[in-house]
Design a protein around this ligand. Structure first.
Ligand code: FAD
Ligand code: DHB
Length: 397
């Protein structure tokens, strides 16, 4: 048996965007939580991931009092380019939807949420090991873990949240006989870089070309984030800067003579691509949120936003459970959250399959991809639908 027994209202596994935002939203409602996280604070704050919170995510952060730096330092973008056939086609998000997106990296969101939790004396157990969940269908589930000082803990809670990402332990607590997993693995990955260079364009560019996909994003006026399609097993360390720039330039080349502004590459890595969703997202008193329940390929920047949507739904339902003794919305959590999960799964799959070269691609596939891109950029109705999903609906819907 663990050496020390503790108690909280909501036990959360994982200090990613889902776990931290939920813990903060619950605190605002006067509900206690403890987050158990296996990584260190430094490691979490240094991991480079997504870069684009939707307006709904930004609005949620601001309303929750954790959006000051995001508003000060985030760059608002009113459109983006779809580039194909060697030409750019702008999707004017604000004209089409009245809304916009903000470029503000995920690790900065995490820094803001961790700082807020600690300032409010919230408990985050960093560097926990041997994390396991127990009695998830009983009235009082438990989390067992070993703290960094070596002491083993038994944390009892009323509700347990699995916000432990795609490789966590919580999903497996829903028995396979009750759970269905939906998968798609893509035969390509993204080679991502950070470089010291000026902006090549004032908005994001998603490019499809005969040599593969590229995404031109940004982090600040002097630091740029770019990606290109690669073999998922590619070893990033074997790529020289020259080779990387050659590939990126080829993937955005066109008759308009567009070229990227190059600079020193100081970070590089390969991201695998997959679509995954599991149903249900609840078992007894265990609720999965974010990547623990679903993940999407990064094309379209939806992962972080989908995680935020889950926890906005959960925060409301948990408040009703504790303050009004009403579990109606906890019971309907799976059905409510899955509506957006599958809308976003479809969008992320569409953006991915439309923009990437497939290993066994034939001319029919190429023509079909180009026809899809033509439709999305030339039909106002199709552009509007794309823009609506890209900027995202308000969270909690
Ligand atoms: P996570 O951010 O994965 O957080 C889960 C947390 O749980 C982690 O801190 C982990 O250490 C912790 N944990 C795991 N197991 C345990 C355990 N057993 N015990 C305790 N703690 C545990 N999305 C985009 O939209 N655009 C992108 O460009 C993009 N790039 C990405 C690049 C990478 C390399 C990865 C992995 C993801 C990327 N994503 C991207 C997806 C996006 O970052 C995720 O959707 C988002 O982080 C989901 O948040 P989350 O809180 O659900 O999970
Ligand atoms: C970024 C990542 C994405 O997946 C995307 O669609 C747009 C931007 C980024 O890291 O900046």
């Amino acid at each position: 048996m663990p050496a020390q027994s503790d108690r909280t209202q909501v036990g959360i596994i994982g200090a990613g965007p889902a776990g931290l935002l939920l813990s903060h939203l619950l605190h605002l409602q006067g509900i206690d939580s403890v987050i158990v996280e296996r990584r260190s604070r430094d490691a979490i704050e240094a991991t480079i991931r997504a870069g684009v919170p939707e307006q709904g995510t930004v609005d949620t952060m601001i309303a929750a009092g954790v959006g000051d730096r995001l508003q000060r330092e985030g760059a608002i973008h009113h459109g983006f380019d779809l580039r194909f056939g060697g030409q750019s086609h702008r999707i004017d998000l604000t004209a089409l939807t009245g809304r916009s997106i903000t470029v503000y990296p995920q690790h900065e969101v995490l820094k803001d949420l961790i700082a807020a939790r600690l300032a409010d004396e919230g408990q985050i157990i960093f560097e926990a090991t041997d994390v396991s969940v127990h009695d998830v269908t009983a009235d009082q589930p438990h989390i067992h873990y070993t703290a960094p000082d070596g002491i083993t803990h038994d944390l009892a809670c009323d509700l347990l949240i699995g916000a432990d990402g795609s490789h966590g332990v919580c999903r497996a607590a829903i028995p396979e006989t009750l759970r269905k997993d939906y998968f798609r693995i893509y035969p390509f990955g993204w080679f991502g870089i950070l470089c010291e260079a000026p902006l090549s364009h004032h908005e994001l560019i998603y490019a499809r070309s005969p040599t593969g996909f590229a995404l031109i994003s940004t982090r600040s006026p002097g630091v740029q984030r770019m990606y290109f399609q690669c073999d998922p097993a590619e070893d990033a360390t074997t790529w020289s800067d020259d080779r990387i720039w050659e590939r990126l330039q080829a993937n955005v080349a066109g008759e308009d003579g567009f070229r990227l502004k190059e600079g020193k590459i100081f970070q590089k890595g390969v991201i695998p691509m997959r679509s995954f969703a599991c149903e249900p997202m609840q078992h007894g008193r265990l609720f999965l949120a974010g990547d623990a329940a679903h993940s999407v390929p990064p094309t379209g920047a939806k992962g972080l936003n989908l995680a935020a949507n889950d926890v906005v739904i959960l925060a409301r339902a948990i408040e009703e459970f504790f303050h009004h003794n009403d579990n109606t919305h906890l019971e309907t959590y799976t059905a409510t959250a899955l509506k957006r999960v599958w809308r976003v799964q479809h969008f992320s799959w569409l953006m991915t399959s439309m923009m990437h070269n497939l290993p066994d691609e034939n001319e029919f596939d190429t023509k079909r991809q180009l026809a899809e891109l033509e439709l999305l950029t030339s039909s106002p109705t199709a552009s509007q639908t794309l823009a609506e999903i890209y900027v995202g609906a308000p969270l909690g819907t």
